[in-house]
Design a protein around this ligand. Structure first.
Ligand code: F6P
Length: 321
């Protein structure tokens, strides 16, 4: 059985990362393993900043956003030199396996450690973007969407009073899932996502139709990868007589106490990751599919291309008028 494992969070933080750290640490201790927390993602592996984590190191964090291990986007990890230094840190400390909590970029680092250097590594999907195809949900997505909903509920009040159009920018450089889920659940009439080219004429027609149908205000959700809210609002204001205002939710959607759904995922992902390592299984990622916790080959997982859910997009089109 593996005796010593390392744990890091990498890339953009996501609500629920702390809850996952807690689950990893507590499960490892349950099985009699030593667990080392590596600070600032892969940078901490390269700089050798790690500390042993005990039962009480993860007290009072299940409800906190952010990551107590801190995080970084580490460019050095993309170089052979950086990777070799990271591997030698692990070897020096006798660390036999690694848990990486992060998104797509972080998984590529994990894949490299596993594929090129034979380090058993397990990936836990932690990103608000929900941009990994192999899992239905990533850690932090649910909380981020709920945060966007809070903001939009408030915006609705003022937009309705002034009979305005609200253009709201959410995160998602390459993936429109935050916009899609926020759009459906907030009742937005229109979403603009990187996966679909938008056509301003049909957007204006849709707004006009909704007003003829008795609506007093409109919400348009724009994913950052498609256009900025400011730019989109400018373009729209040039072709509509309704008053348009823009809001960028920004990094607010990356913080905050994780929702029940994210805490539950964190508990299950963290627990599963350590159980795999305990049994000597590395080179896997954990996820959730059809409400079941799954694991799959890390190389296969990172090679899968995220698909946009056009059926949900059509649902929005049908029910939001
Ligand atoms: O990957 C998560 C994410 O929040 C993206 O949605 C966004 O494009 C990016 O990170 C922002 O990164 P940063 O916090 O480094 O500006």
């Amino acid at each position: 059985m593996m005796k010593k494992i390392g744990l890091l969070t990498s890339g953009g933080d996501a609500p629920g990362m702390n809850a996952a750290i807690r689950a990893v640490v507590r499960t490892a201790i349950y099985f009699g393993m030593e667990v080392y927390g590596i600070e600032r993602g892969y940078s901490g592996l390269i700089d050798d900043t790690m500390t042993r984590m005990e039962m009480r190191s993860v007290s009072d964090i299940v409800q906190r956003g952010g990551t107590r291990l801190r995080t970084a986007r580490c460019l050095e990890m993309l170089t052979e030199e950086g990777q070799k230094t990271a591997v030698s840190t692990l070897e020096r400390h006798g660390i036999e396996g690694l848990v990486v909590i992060g998104g797509d970029g972080s998984f590529r680092g994990a894949k490299c450690l596993t594929e090129n250097y034979g380090i058993p590594t397990i990936g836990i999907p932690g990103t608000i973007d929900n941009d990994l195809e192999y899992t239905d949900y990533t850690l932090g997505f649910d909380t981020a969407v709920n945060t966007c909903l809070d903001v939009i509920n408030k915006l609705r009040d003022t937009m309705n009073s002034h009979e305005r159009i609200s253009v709201v920018e959410v995160m998602g450089r390459h993936c429109g899932d935050i916009a899609l889920y926020t759009g459906i659940t907030s009742g937005a009439e229109i979403i603009v996502v990187p996966e679909i080219t938008y056509d301003m004429d049909s957007i204006v027609k849709r707004i006009d139709l909704s007003r003829q149908n008795g609506k007093h205000s409109n919400i348009i959700i724009v994913a950052e990868g498609a256009c900025s809210a400011d730019e989109f609002a400018k373009q729209l204001q040039a072709v509509t007589s309704y008053s348009v205002r823009s809001t960028n939710i920004g990094h607010i959607q990356r913080g905050g106490s994780p929702s029940m759904a994210d805490r539950m995922l964190a508990a299950q992902f963290g627990n599963k990751a350590v159980r795999l390592l305990k049994d000597g299984i590395g080179n896997r990622v954990v996820g959730i599919r059809k409400n079941e916790i799954i694991d799959m080959d890390i190389i296969e997982a990172v090679s899968m291309k995220k698909r946009f859910n056009y059926e949900l997009y059509e649902t929005l089109q049908m029910i939001s008028m």
